[in-house]
Design a protein around this ligand. Sequence first.
Ligand code: SF4
Ligand SMILES: [Zn+2]
Ligand SMILES: [Zn+2]
Length: 312
Amino acid sequence: MKCDICGGVAVIGMPQHRLNLCAEHFVEWVPRMVERVIRRYAMFTRDERVLVAVSGGKDSLALWEILIDLGYQTEGVYIHLGIDHDAYSDVSQEHVRRFAEGHADVPYRVVDVRQEYGLSVPELSKTGRGKRLCSACGLVKRHIMNRIAYEGGYAAIATGHNLDDEAAVLLQNTLHWQSGYLRRQAPVLPSTHPRLARKVKPLCNLYERETAAYALVKGISFVELECPHATRATTIFYKELLNKLEGRSRGAKMQFYLHFLKAKEEGLFAPEKADADSETALRECRQCGQPTTAEELCAFCRLWQNIEAHHD
Ligand code: SF4
Ligand SMILES: [Zn+2]
Ligand SMILES: [Zn+2]
C-alpha cells in the first residue's frame, strides 16, 4: 500500500475517503480534518480559550495534541475520580502528566474528587441513594467541567468523542426513537446559560482507528486499560454492528452520522416547543449557582446533600 501523496509506504488506508497515507502525511491530514470541523460548526476561534477534558486515553490526548499543534489556546483538565481498582485513576493521571511535560508544560489541572469534595466517585455512589456509579460519575464530571469553565472564563469544553462513538450513540437512539436525545446529539451544544460553556466534539469526523493510529504515530503514551467500571457492552455491540456494515459498504458509518447531521440542519428534528421553554426555565442552584431545572438544588448538590444526611 502506497501513500497517495508521496508514494512512500502507507501506514493507514482510509477506504471511506479513498485515501492511503504514510506516517508523515497522515499526521498532517488529521489536524486538517479537525480544523475543518472546528470551522464548519463554529466550535471556537483562536481568540477563545478552550478547556480540554482529558482522561489519559487515546482520543482525548490526541485531541489535545491536535489543538495545541493548530495553535488553539487550551488547558487540560484531568478529573481524578478515585478509582483505585488497578490504580486506574493514578495511572491515567500519570499519562496526562507525562503528556503535558512533553509539550513544553502546557497548562493543565487535576481535580481530585476525594480531596476536593471528601469522597471518591465510587464511595459517593455507594453511600448515596443508590445512584448508579456511571451516572453519578457523569454528573460529577459535568459539574466540575462546567464549574472550571465558568470560573476560568473558558468559551468551550472540548471532549474526545470520535465518529464511532457518535455513530454508536446515534444507532442506539434511532433504534429506540429517542427523539429528545436525537435532537440534542450534535458536534456543538451551544451555551444555554451564561454559566454554561459551549460543548464541542472536534474529533467527530474521525474514525476510532484513525485517532488510535494518530496517537501511535505521534508517540503519545495513553492509558490502554478501560475504566474497570465500564459496562460498555452495549456501545461495543453497536460499534461492531456499524463496523460490519462498513465492511460491506465502504463509508456507511461515516454517511450514517454525517447524513444525520445534514438532516438535522434541514430541519428534520426541529426543536419542540417544550425544549425551547425548558431552556429558558433554567434557574441557578441555591448552593453552587450552576444552572438547573430543579426548584432549589441542582442534581450534583442533591447527591452530596443525601450523603451528609446519611452521615448525620
Ligand atoms: S465507566 Fe468509569 S469513568 Fe466512565 S462513567 Fe463509569 S465510572 Fe466513570
Ligand atoms: Zn506520504
Ligand atoms: Zn448545585
